[in-house]
Design a protein around this ligand. Structure first.
Ligand code: SAH
Length: 388
């Protein structure tokens, strides 16, 4: 699979930007075109019960000439009890279980590896789905809560220069069932404690896989599903403007976090190529629209990169944006990724940056990075090519 970038609108040529990645993968040799295969009819794929709503489960079960209440029983097994096979569903007849395994699938990960941080107890799961697709999901604990951090894509198209997932390129979207499955896997890892919160801050850009992410959120939120409060879920975007505008219309209570990372267009576009596609002005407009439409405040996330975006002027510009848009601000120090020209600022710089922001915007907090000793911190998730 070739690395895909978001297509850009045609515009005037600008002077080229500095390359912020140290090493570049050699470009692949051009392949000879193969003669195209005769078009084959695609077999309809079997529904994945981990990605269906209760209503969809009902119509699926009615098509099998079973009574509708079976859908509730199946939802209970799939979402509440986390059944990994139809055989476990012992209140269904053997005949029905056999028909289910013929007609449907359950996307359940194989847990390839679990690593636990010795520093803060963060746990990182390496999960494998169909087609040997591997992704990472993380369980974070602090005094008050347990949070699952889930991936939405295998890799990412958006190539933020400080992010390990961005360096991987893009392989495919995760299905809604696979996203829900990550939450179920993390819930099992957290047991007997409760998985209270979910953040969509793992691998990928949630709004580039919009429909599957919304579907997963609704299943996670539903009483018949995982029963996680919408206010306990946070979707984080690199600045996908149409996604923010669409979310504003969903009537969901989830939190929106926007990875701003630079308060001026030039630097932002250098750090995050997505800013060439959706400018800072468009992004701020979308956040404003979102807040007006939903009455909810978004959070601006800001990764501090030494000598790039940690000056007092940047702090002022960030604070000004946050003040104007009534946003909270989350500042996090850069977590080391390989092949990177970046470094975290010193503690002193971080503190003076925070106090500079605080002068105009009191709702700024420093987010302590967790799990960085096992590469489970923000921006460190990545699966080597031979592992996918
Ligand atoms: N694509 C989404 C979600 C995945 S990244 C987004 O960009 O928001 C989740 C968060 O990790 C983002 O806020 C991102 O800016 C941050 N991040 C990326 N690389 C990082 C790094 N090396 N150190 C610290 N945070 C990083």
């Amino acid at each position: 699979m070739r690395k895909q970038r978001p297509s850009k609108p045609v515009r005037k040529q600008r002077p080229s930007k500095p390359d912020l990645r140290r090493k570049k993968r050699p470009s692949k040799p051009v392949r000879k075109e193969r003669p195209s295969k005769p078009v084959r009819k695609q077999r309809p794929s079997k529904p994945d019960l981990r990605g269906l709503s209760l209503d969809e489960l009902k119509s699926f079960i009615l098509k099998l000439d079973e009574p509708a209440y079976r859908a509730g029983q199946i939802a209970d097994w799939v979402f509440k009890r986390g059944a990994r096979s139809f055989d476990e569903m012992t209140n269904l007849s053997k005949a029905l279980r056999e028909r289910l395994s013929e007609k449907a699938v359950l996307s359940c990960a194989r847990v390839v590896e679990t690593r636990t941080s010795e520093v803060d107890g963060t746990r990182k799961l390496l999960l494998e789905y169909a087609g040997r697709t591997r992704i990472e999901a993380v369980l974070l604990r602090d005094d008050e809560r347990i949070t699952g951090c889930v991936s939405t894509q295998v890799g990412c198209k958006f190539a933020c220069s400080f992010c390990a997932t961005g360096a991987m390129g893009f392989k495919r979207n995760l299905t809604a069932g696979e996203i829900v499955d990550q939450m179920i896997s993390l819930r099992e890892t957290a047991a007997p404690d409760r998985l209270g919160n979910v953040v969509f801050m793992g691998m990928g850009e949630p709004f580039d896989n919009y429909d599957n992410v919304m579907r997963a959120i609704r299943i996670a939120n539903a009483e018949w599903g995982l029963g996680i409060g919408a206010r306990r879920m946070t979707v984080s975007t690199a600045g996908h403007v149409p996604g923010i505008r669409k979310l504003a219309e969903e009537g969901l209570q989830v939190h929106l976090a926007v990875s701003l990372n630079a308060p001026v267009q030039g630097l932002r576009a250098t750090l995050m190529p997505i800013a060439d596609r959706y400018s800072l002005t468009q992004l701020l407009g979308a956040i404003e629209h979102y807040s007006e439409r939903t009455g909810r405040r978004a959070t601006l996330e800001y990764v501090l990169l030494r000598d790039f975006n940690d000056s007092p002027e940047m702090a002022d510009a960030l604070a000004e944006i946050a003040r104007r848009l009534l946003c909270k601000v989350n500042v996090i120090c850069y977590n080391q990724t390989t092949d990177s020209v970046f470094a975290p600022p010193t503690d002193r710089t971080v503190e003076s940056f925070l106090s500079q922001v605080r002068k105009r915007c009191p709702t700024v907090v420093r987010r302590v990075s967790r799990g960085s000793d096992i590469a489970a911190g923000c921006g460190q998730l990545c699966v080597p090519r031979d592992g996918t």
